[in-house]
Design a protein around this ligand. Structure first.
Ligand code: ADP
Length: 477
């Protein structure tokens, strides 16, 4: 990283923004320079021509209004725009000059006026304008001549405006331009450096935090600085790091859970086998009892390994769904019947409410597995109140059917309720109970229900009980 910094990195934010700012400044300067050098002459002339034309039109209007109005306006224009104004009548009477603010040498403009006059007289138009230049001078002059009374053509209004050479002005502008160039480049560089620092600062921070994170430090916080985008990035990375932390703690839990869950039945199997070997081998009654324990522990082991296998298949996406239309009511009845012995032997009161035959589309065995999981959990986490309510109900005016299992057991703490569907997650309430389980059941359920596009959920209150449910679309028989 250090070697990169010492070289000029053409793709770094700093260099790129510096480059763009300089290009922008140079472009602007070139534009200004071009306008000054090539267009200023034309601009000036055109501006002057339109100024003279407008003034002439205004004066014609004032003349029609009253003599005073005309005089005031003429004096005003002459003073403010440096325009020489003359009105002359064809018979030589009624001639005025307005030349305030004009250099004394220029008073008269007889040559220019004569030129415009002959142009006006020889044309059919009521007004003409032209640029003239006396042979011995290099000063161009703009002249306009127009009849004040277009009908009688007895009075002519002349406006004369010298076109001062703009060269000197351009020279002044050019020397200013050098200053502006230096100033603009300095400002562009400062702005670019400032902006790039503001931009790359948070990115550098985020990179540093990411390096920390990659070393396994999950407590690192990402700071996005003042920009919305970098803030958004920092927030996303914070979430990612939180998720990574969680997933790491799951992995740890997994190893702890799995080793514990595998070890307990194995220890039991070993010790009961030893007991048979040493003590009960000859006593058929004891032997049967001990073998019973070995068989049930082996079953548990088998179930655990099957769950792990199912989970890994779900995860890898290699699980095969055998979907067809089936009657979900009879599927639930079959599941319910397997739990009947519990009511008889262990005092559970399991109620089952069901509608008439209802068909859904899915993998019947997998859906049964989901039902079994909900019911087994309700039994496992029931404690003293052994009332369990299983129900199948039509919802959304018969479009869907909802399967739910309600218990009055230990419940789930509200801050953990979102995690029960996670792999190997077992709630803190449950840890106290030392109930056996892998924490895989509900994540398998989640995987199966997701593959059926079914909605599912849980309502629960710690100490009061839980209700787990899922919903499937009803199909025609
Ligand atoms: P387990 O094998 O541990 O039961 P599950 O994935 O089936 O695994 O359930 C995950 C966790 O959710 C359980 O460990 C338990 O803490 C909690 N849980 C599930 N069902 C219930 C319930 N009916 N009442 C209270 N807690 C439950």
């Amino acid at each position: 990283m250090k070697t990169k910094k010492s070289k000029l990195d053409l793709s770094s934010i700093r260099t790129v923004s510096l480059l763009y700012f300089i290009i922008f400044a140079v472009f602007l300067l070139l534009l200004v320079w071009f306008l000054q050098s090539f267009l200023i002459n034309n601009y000036y002339e055109e501006m002057r021509i339109s100024e003279i034309r407008n003034s002439a039109r205004m004066l014609e209007n004032k003349y029609r209004l009253s003599d005073e109005a005309f005089e005031t306006a003429a004096l005003d224009i002459s003073k403010n725009s440096g325009v020489y104004i003359r009105v002359s009548s064809t018979d030589g009477v009624n001639s005025y000059n307005f030349a305030s603010g004009m250099p004394p040498s220029s008073i008269g403009y007889d040559y220019e006026i004569a030129a415009a006059d002959s142009k006006l007289k020889s044309s059919d138009l009521n007004s003409v304008s032209m640029t003239t230049k006396e042979d011995d001078s290099d000063l161009y002059t703009l002249v306009s001549a127009s009849y004040l009374n277009p009908e009688s053509k007895d009075e002519v209004l002349y406006l004369v405006a010298p076109l001062y050479p703009v060269r000197s002005t351009v020279q002044i502008l050019r020397s200013q331009f050098k200053l502006i160039t230096i100033f603009a480049l300095v400002v562009a560089v400062i702005l670019a450096l400032y902006l790039s620092r503001r931009l790359s600062g948070p990115i550098d921070n985020i990179t540093k935090s990411a390096v920390e994170l990659s070393k396994g430090n999950f407590n690192v916080k990402f700071n996005g600085g003042m920009f919305t985008e970098t803030n958004e990035l920092a927030r996303t990375l914070n979430t990612a790091s939180y998720e990574m932390q969680r997933s790491e703690s799951y992995q740890k839990d997994l190893i702890a859970n799995v080793t514990h869950d595998l070890k307990t039945p194995l220890t039991m199997i070993k010790s009961y086998a030893e007991m048979i070997d040493d003590l009960s081998g000859d006593d058929p009654k004891k032997r049967k009892e001990h073998l019973g324990v070995i068989i049930s522990e082996a079953d548990r082991l088998n179930k655990l390994v099957s769950d792990m296998l199912a989970m890994s298949r779900l995860q890898s996406g290699s699980i095969i769904m055998d979907k067809s239309k089936f009657n979900i009511v009879s599927a639930a009845e079959e599941v319910f019947s397997t739990y009947k012995y519990l009511s008889d032997q262990e005092g559970y009161k399991i109620k089952f409410t069901k509608p008439k035959a209802t068909y859904v589309y899915g993998d019947v065995d997998k859906i049964k597995q989901v039902m079994i999981n909900f019911i087994s959990n309700a039994i496992k986490y029931s404690e003293d109140d052994k009332n369990i309510e299983i129900s199948l109900k039509r919802a959304f005016s018969g479009k869907t059917i909802r399967f739910s299992v309600l218990d009055h057991g230990i419940g789930i703490p509200s801050d953990e309720i979102g995690h029960v569907w996670d792999r190997y997650y077992r709630t803190s309430a449950n840890h106290k109970q030392s109930v056996e389980g892998s924490g895989l059941g509900l994540s398998i359920v989640k995987g199966i229900l997701s593959l059926h596009n079914a909605n599912y959920g849980v309502n629960s209150k710690e100490g009061e009980g839980s209700e787990f449910w899922f919903e499937m679309d009803v199909v025609k028989k």
